[in-house]
Design a binder for this molecule. Structure first.
Ligand code: NCD
Length: 294
């Protein structure tokens, strides 16, 4: 692969090969270190815990050296342009860039400027492709196969880059997806193959996976007190789920808003499995960039 800034346009063959590779990394440590002696730069212009640390861990397990830019203490804080920052890191030796930014499209710009492979670690409200891969790996490990699974993505879809990747990656692997939320949170225009509803309870019994999203107040989402009752996943609502159905959430959780403690920490929750699969899934992405390094 030349980079991983979007899942749009990736088919079953490409995604399956990344999932298979991640499954191998999840069950055995890397016997070869494909990024040995390479430098990987992490540029996180938005806060992150699991994505940033799992990328760093993945890069290290593959033998790479990590150059971690801290935007609060680096020259970006003195007004240096993003392009100058990227060119500076390239000159220091960064060969792969991992980028998170509040503005959609920045990872592709970094790729144009640097000519290096770039991995999108979340851009604005557009995409978070490695989260979608993490979720595919998590579902494959849990259910054994993906085709035919029914997944409901619930909540603040409009501001969610995770949804922006799930809506393309899941159908590509044969997963049926329904977007569920209040009208203001639903996609602003229809997406091919994605069902849409404003009513959660009537569809719950039919879902294999309920994927809860965080209400993104930092991107302008506003909810009233009734949101937790109407769209939150709490014990009473979770009791409407089928026996084998599972609950997911990309984190961080707004406990008591979109998900209750009992459900987040309960037996159906795959939330920590998602975090665990973050390292092997990101190892699969980084390892597949080896071929495009000079
Ligand atoms: C997501 C993100 O940052 O886009 N979190 C994550 O990477 N695990 C989702 C969110 O912030 O709600």
């Amino acid at each position: 692969m030349k980079g991983f800034t979007s899942v749009r346009g990736l088919g079953e063959t490409e995604l399956s090969s990344l999932i298979d590779r991640a499954m191998e990394f999840a069950t055995a440590s890397a016997s070869r270190k494909p990024l040995s002696g390479r430098s990987v730069a992490t540029l996180f212009f938005e806060r992150s815990t699991r994505t940033r640390l799992s990328f760093q861990s993945a890069a290290e397990k593959l033998g790479a050296h990590v150059l971690d830019l801290d935007p609060t203490s680096s020259s970006t804080g003195k007004g240096e342009s993003l392009r100058d920052t990227v060119m500076t890191l390239s000159a220091i030796g960064a060969e792969i860039f991992i980028v998170r930014h509040a503005e959609s499209g920045i990872p592709d710009l970094v790729a144009d400027w640097s000519g290096a492979p770039v991995v999108n670690a979340g851009d604005g409200t557009r995409e978070h492709p490695t989260q979608a891969l993490v979720d595919l790996v998590t579902l494959r490990r849990h259910f054994g196969s993906l085709r035919g699974l029914k997944l409901g993505v619930v909540g603040d879809i409009r501001h969610s880059r995770v949804a922006g990747s799930l809506f393309y990656a899941m159908p590509a692997m044969g997963v049926e997806v329904t977007a569920i939320g209040p009208p203001d949170f639903l996609p602003s225009s229809p997406i091919d193959g994605i069902g849409v509803t404003t009513e959660l309870d009537p569809v719950l019994g039919d879902l294999d996976v309920v994927y809860m999203l965080r209400v993104q107040t930092e991107r302008g989402a506003v909810v009233g007190d009734s949101y937790a009752t109407e769209f939150g996943l709490h014990s009473r609502r979770a009791s409407l789920l089928g026996e084998k159905s599972v609950v997911m959430h990309p984190g961080p959780l707004n406990r008591g808003v979109e998900i209750s403690d009992e459900v987040a920490d309960g037996p159906r929750s795959l939330i920590l499995q998602q975090v665990r699969n973050g390292v092997p899934a990101r190892m699969a992405v980084l390892a597949s960039l080896e071929e495009s390094l000079v």
